[in-house]
Each structure stands twice: as structure tokens, then as C-alpha cells.
Ligand binder design. Structure first.
Ligand code: NI
Length: 172
């Protein structure tokens, strides 16, 4: 297992649209293991492959405080959604920022599990929000895209400034 590097906004690689996973094999299962390890270490409740610079349709999530409900969703598709919920969202690729985003309250999603078997799952509340957020990543979309242009630019500038200070520290 290994910790993977998480790309941060406004890295243009986060805008890549992921392609479908064609083969669920040991290599993919190893990536899933690394993604869980990276997500738990961050710590976070969800991570899309896009965020670790792998442009395949794969996401992992566990919204429990005790790591008891890990889900790996390969080629996820939303079959049904209803209701509206607005909550504060953050993102491991936009560290330090939390803003209100509107999502469907309840979803039904179809995906392949880590054995390559087709599954369907109902989700609501935080899990539903998280799956929708991670699926956006697979399409190159970030939660800051739901904010005003002014707010998005303000976050981008602050994150870029933070990174310059970080790289200066490393250079010294
Ligand atoms: Ni995110």
C-alpha cells in the first residue's frame, strides 16, 4: 500500500474527464487499496481517481467515523435521484475551504464492485452527497464550480499563494 499524491485546485489535471474502467484486475484493486489509505490518512470521506491523477471512473468513500463502511465504486452511474439538500462541502483538492452546495438528497447508483460484479446501491444523506461530489470529479468538475466566479477566483488565488510559500520552504 502507498500514499498517493492528491492534486490541488487549480491543477489543470483535475479537469480531465475520466474514461470507463474496462478490466477489474489486481492492479485496479491495488489502486483501490492505495486510494482508501490516502483518503483515510488525509483524512477525508471520499476520493476520486481523478484526484490522484488516474483518469479512470473509480471512486472510494467511507462516511463513517470508524472506517466501517468502505465503498469502492467502479464506473458509477446514477439511475435515480430525488430531493434537494444543501450542505457545506469541502474537498481534499481544495484544502481549507467549505462552501454550500446543492445536491440530490437521495440517489440510486449502479457500479461495479472490486470483484467486477455489477451492484446497485441506495444512498441518502452524507453518503449520497459524497458520491455525487466524487462523480463530479470523474467529469473534471469541482465543488468550487458551483460558487460565484468571484468566490472561485478568490479561493484559487489563496491556494496558489499558499503553494508558493510551501515550495519556498522546501527550497530553503
Ligand atoms: Ni473532492
Amino acid at each position: 500500500m502507498a500514499l498517493l499524491n492528491i492534486l490541488e485546485f487549480p491543477d489543470p489535471r483535475l479537469r480531465t474527464k475520466a474514461t470507463a474502467v474496462e478490466l477489474v484486475d489486481d492492479k485496479l484493486r491495488a489502486l483501490i487499496g492505495d486510494m482508501f489509505e490516502t483518503m483515510y490518512a488525509a483524512p477525508g470521506i471520499g476520493l476520486a481517481a481523478t484526484q490522484v491523477d488516474v483518469h479512470k471512473r473509480l471512486l472510494v468513500t467511507d462516511v463513517t467515523p470508524d472506517k466501517s463502511e468502505p465503498h469502492a465504486l467502479i464506473n458509477p452511474e446514477i439511475l435515480e435521484k430525488d430531493g434537494v439538500v444543501i450542505s457545506d462541502e469541502g474537498c481534499l483538492s481544495v484544502p481549507g475551504y467549505f462552501e454550500e452546495v446543492e445536491r440530490a438528497e437521495h440517489i440510486r447508483v449502479r457500479f461495479l464492485d472490486r470483484n467486477g460484479e455489477q451492484k446497485e446501491m441506495e444512498a441518502e444523506g452524507l453518503l449520497a452527497i459524497c458520491i455525487q461530489h466524487e462523480m463530479d470529479h470523474l467529469d473534471g468538475k469541482l465543488f468550487v464550480d458551483y460558487l460565484s466566479e468571484a468566490k472561485r477566483q478568490r479561493i484559487r488565488k489563496k491556494l496558489e499563494k499558499g503553494r508558493r510559500q510551501q515550495s519556498a520552504a522546501v527550497a530553503l
